[in-house]
Each structure stands twice: as C-alpha cells, then as structure tokens.
Design a protein around this ligand. Sequence first.
Ligand code: UDP
Length: 379
Amino acid sequence: MKQYDYLIVGAGLYGSVFAHEAAERGKNVLVIDRRPHIAGNVYTEKVEGINVHVYGAHIFHTNNKEVWDYVGRFAEFNRFTNSPVANYKGELYSLPFNMYTFNKMWGVVTPEEAAAKIREQREKAGITEPENLEEQAISLVGTDIYEKLIKGYTRKQWGRPCTELPAFIIKRLPVRYTFDNNYFNALYQGIPVGGYTKMVESMLDDSDLPGTIRVQTGTEYFERKEELDAKADRILYTGPIDAYFDYKLGALEYRSVRFENETLDIPNFQGNAAVNYTDDETPWTRIIEHKWFEFGKDENGNDLPKTVISREYSSEWKVGDEPYYPVNDEKNGKLLLAYRELADKEERVIFGGRLGEYRYYDMDQVIAAALAKTREEFA
Ligand code: UDP
C-alpha cells in the first residue's frame, strides 16, 4: 500500500480541483508546489488591505453554469464586471469594441452608422477571407480601430506583428453594436471576495471530506521525483509538459510577463482596474490597479487610502522564466503532439492544466477540464 492515492504536482486551479474531487471520493492526496504558496497563477496577496493579483489580473467569467455553481461552493463572488479602458497616446477608448468606442473614434451615433464605417474600411482594405490576426481585426472593426487599439498592443503582447499571428486570438474579444462595456461575453462574472488564494484554500480544505489532502509548498518535484513518485499510486502533473521530459525534444514557446508593482500613497491612480496602453511605444501593455477589482473597499466596506498598481511587460519566455501564454502556432503544435506521444506512455501520470496541456485556458476552462478528468478517473 502506498501512502497516497495521488501525488498532485502543482497547487493551481487544475490541481486543487482534482485534489478536492479525489478527497471527496475518499482518496488521500499529496499536493506539492515549487512556489512557497498555493493557488498557482491565481494567487492573490494582501498589500495595504488590497488583494493583489500577483501573477496577473484574473477575472472569473464563464457561461458554464456547472462551473459557476462549482466555484460558488468555495467562495462568494462580487459583482465586478471587467471593462478595461484603452489609452492610445492619451486618447481614451472603451473596450471591448462597442458603440462607445465607435462614437469616440468616428463620432457615429447609431449602430447602422458604425456598421457602415466598418464596412467601408474593410472594403477599402480589400479583405475577404482573413488569414491572420491583422486581416481578422480589420474585417471585424476596420482600419482605424486596428491601428489605434489592436496593432501596437498585440505586437507588444506577442512579440510578433499581427500579420504573423493566428486570427483566433482576436476572436476572444467581443465586437458589439450596443452600448455595453462588458469585456466578456459571459453570463457569470466576478471576483472571489477575499481573494483567489482563499478560494483555493477552501478547495484544499479536507475537514469535511472523507479523504485527506496534504499540501506541501516550496517543494520542487524534479529534485525529488523518485522519492515523491514512490509515495503515490498515481500522479497528476500540472507543470509544463516539456519540462517533465527535460525538454528533450526541444522547448515549447511561451510568452512570459513581468510585473512592476508600486504602492502609491494616493487613493486613486487611474480610476479603473485595467488600462491598456495600445500604442507601440509605451513599453508596458497594461496597468492594473488592483483595488478596483473590489471597488476600492476593504472587507468591512471602508475606503482604502492607498493603491497598488502593476505595470505589465510582455516578454519572450526562456528556461527559468515563468511561462504564461502558450504560443499556439504550427511549430509549437507539432512539438506538443510529439510530447503528447511521450506523455501517453507514462501510464501512472495524468497531464493536466494550462501548462500540462499547453493550452491558452481561461480559469473556467481549467476547472471544467479538471472536473471532466476526475469524472473519467473515478468513473
Ligand atoms: N487586444 C488588443 N487590444 C486590447 C486588448 C486586447 O488588440 O486593448 C487583442 C490582443 O491581440 C490580445 C487579444 O486581444 O492578445 C486577447 O486579449 P485578452 O485581453 O483576451 O488577453 P488576456 O486577458 O488573456 O491577456
């Protein structure tokens, strides 16, 4: 008999949901994470009374009722709705692209006028079948919006011009002929009250569960792989799939992000949680002002006197950096398939999550994937 039924490598959302589901079925699991804390990239930390999203802003949004109900078991969600502002050389525009944006850009007043403007620009550009992000963007919103709000931002975020990026990236963003600044097309949206760390803590809390969850942070799997593997029957690995195989077929590419955090002795820096700097020259892509995810208040409803901001810089990932966004192009797709073949041969090991599957997952998709996997595992 092994000490644990499962060793779970990574205490992020995928690992924590899986751990919870396993313990609910009476299993005993050991969750490890190399970082000194749980919650992976959704980790939040309190600074000056503000829950700071340490690894980048995370706004929970989903159309999946099952997932929404599921997270609701672990946290209460506030009514935050993401509506970033775009700053193009000091001109401010509403995001996502909607009637407020079109009015500011062209002075158009009706949806019909906006649609006519976009059609005129698309036709002038001569695009019929968009083949890359630039063509996709122009055909959706025309050249003016592409030039001011998309081109520079996207180049900074992905480190390559829009002509070399797949069209699907921009399809994440809604285009609306209504006055609606809600960034997401999602029925359910919000931020967990008290921060994401608290929510994940609650997932990993086994006090009312038939099984047990032991959590060991600050534990680097690959330094003690043999010893850790020997403790459990099965393993769930949520780290980078290529790292598991010591990059032996080559490294998959990621975009990494670097944050410059500042605590300011003023109550309000930019008046919104997210401001995107969409020009090509500003070195950061966006500035997050964390307090606005919770309306500038502490848990007792009092106004917070200070503010914490994070400037976000996008960079090419190299071994040793934090991997954030998978680069889903053809080359990486092929390499991923080759790693998957190796992964299929590891009979005791499940590969899951954004890094384990190398997928540009939103939080709700990660949770849905983890729930689907547990159903398969415990069928
Ligand atoms: N995007 C843009 N301008 C903006 C915001 C987004 O051009 O002001 C484009 C950009 O190509 C980006 C994509 O939309 O990669 C998806 O943005 P999203 O905000 O969904 O990315 P995430 O929040 O995951 O970083």
